[in-house]
Design a binder for this molecule. Sequence first.
Ligand code: PLP
Length: 434
Amino acid sequence: MHHFRYVGQNLHCESVDLAEVARLYGTPTYVYSAATMADNYTRLAGSLAGLDAQICFAMKANSSLAVLRHFARLGAAFDLVSGGEIRRVLAAGADVRRSVFAGIGKTEGELRLALEQGIFSFHVESEPELARLNHVAGQLGVKAPVAFRINPDVDAHTHAKITTGKSYNKFGIPLAAAAAAYAAAAKLPHIQVKGVQMHIGSQLTSIAPFVEAVTKVVTFVEALKRDHGISYFSIGGGIGIIYQDALASGQSAWWETQPTDRRPITPEAYGAALVPLLRPLGLKILLEPGRFLVGNAGVLLTRVEHLKRGAGKNFLIVDAAMNDLVRPAMYDAYHEIVPLHRDTTRRAFTADVVGPICESGDCFAHDRQLQEVGEGEYLALMSAGAYGAAMASRYNTRALPAEVLVNGGAFELVHARETFEQMTANEKIPAFLK
Ligand SMILES: *Cc1c(COP(=O)(O)O)cnc(C)c1O
């Protein structure tokens, strides 16, 4: 559930009229609901009652400093994937000491920074990485806490670019090789074996693959506890959200209309399926949700530039583009698109909703049915809080979009739109061309 709904004819985020935000800060602009993030976090944490659990927000999904601070206040730690993300956690005034460092290509500099900041654990994905970490920890005269990422060879049934738990993916080490990897790690002088990790993919829409993965590794996890005294098991992230009926899913009534066998994952169902499998282990359990915590808590506001009537096709040209929200171009992702001002007296029409970038892939929706809208009117792309702003680029010399955080009836600009000077500040003309 989330806090985006029409009040009268106008789409609101909590108690804020989104058209007011668009008028004040321009478009394209991401708007996030603090209450939705808090609800998502609290529901998930509540569903894990009975476990000694720590939620580590996978901040690559949305690394805005304001969002990080909000989750830190709620009690979250972080799953981070780069030195830049460590520095973001620090800049948000949050705690690296409960956070974990994932990724298959951590540099020496990144390993050093994480050790200096007292990272909770490194999620190691290969033996060469382990050797490098042992070396860096030795230079600093410390022991590096580690967990191996196990690849359980489970099909997450999600998009190919975000499935990670099959043996042909680049992630983790196979279960069959894991015992040897732990034995080797235990012999290294600057490594402290601390846990075990897995993450099978993103945007999972069924609980079965999570259950299958945990079931597959549980015996091995018990052996690690016995033989290596590990203290935690990280079960990764990947809980999917609703994209198709995004707006309707903000209302509890919508959930009641969904057939039980096709109901999207709820935190309650996730907890109910996994807690009984995990509790007997007697380990601390880490979760690394990214999309679930923020995906439905954000929208991308955009303005209609033109309605172009083509040969047998309408194109609604908007001022947001693939550089602002790349998910449709990159993952064939669906985002529901709704007008900020709903007028049921208007006709519906069908259009491709496209950005202005010179690529055919710069398309948010094909043949989408919408209320007829024209130049200057605003639209919202729903469910854009995860992998939206965080993946934005400056392609076509378009400034990174603005970001706004709503809290009840108040809202604040938390990331100002870039200026041209900021975009080009690090560039220069070389001497030979002067
Ligand atoms: C991306 C990632 C996550 C978060 O995935 P979501 O689908 O956003 O929940 C968690 N753990 C690891 C290791 C990741 O790479």
